[in-house]
Write a protein that binds this ligand. Structure first.
Ligand SMILES: [Zn+2]
Length: 171
């Protein structure tokens, strides 16, 4: 498998981190059921096997904990075990081919995408500022000022709450 381009990797990482949204206030997991997990894995270029599902769920949980600052990045290291990347030159460009156990490839891709972001754009990947929200955001704004996964959902909700609290505490 060729290493996907940067934006595709980042989108994949964000999609993975956001597989545990709250729906109508209830925490859900899009990778919990075998059928739902399989179609999600296939959409992301995976094989959809049960072993792949277990690996991807494990790396997602680890990545969520790291991005939330609850665990050190070192817990991601085992997910790279057995993976290697080989360069090849064609048409004046170097392309890298990633090799790993087929059931581990998506998890490797997720860790590499996280590592690339941490190195080149530190602090851009973070949890939504709404504590009740379980989603993550990748801030692509120039000033690094985005706070919510979505202005339409959490942004307006948080603004309304702050307005309500202000109104309540003002005598
Ligand atoms: Zn949110």
């Amino acid at each position: 498998m060729a290493v996907a381009d940067e934006t595709a990797s980042e989108d994949f990482l964000l999609a993975l981190l956001n597989t545990t949204p709250r729906v109508d206030g209830i925490p859900t997991d899009q990778l919990a059921g075998p059928a739902a997990a399989r179609s999600w894995l296939l959409r992301q270029g995976g094989a959809g096997s049960a072993a792949e599902q277990r690996r991807v769920v494990a790396v997602r949980d680890a990545l969520q904990a790291v991005v939330r600052g609850q665990q050190p990045p070192g817990i991601l290291a085992p997910f790279l075990d057995g993976a290697s990347s080989r360069p090849a030159l064609g048409q004046g460009r170097v392309t890298w081919t990633l090799t790993a156990d087929p059931d581990h490839l998506l998890a490797v891709r997720a860790v590499l995408a996280w590592a690339g972001l941490s190195q080149h754009r530190p602090g851009r990947l973070r949890p939504c500022a709404n504590e009740a929200c379980r989603l993550f955001l990748l801030d692509r704004t120039k000033g690094n000022t985005a706070r919510w996964c979505s202005m339409a959902v959490c942004g307006n909700r948080m603004k309304a709450r702050r307005h309500y609290q202000r109104a309540r505490t003002t005598p």
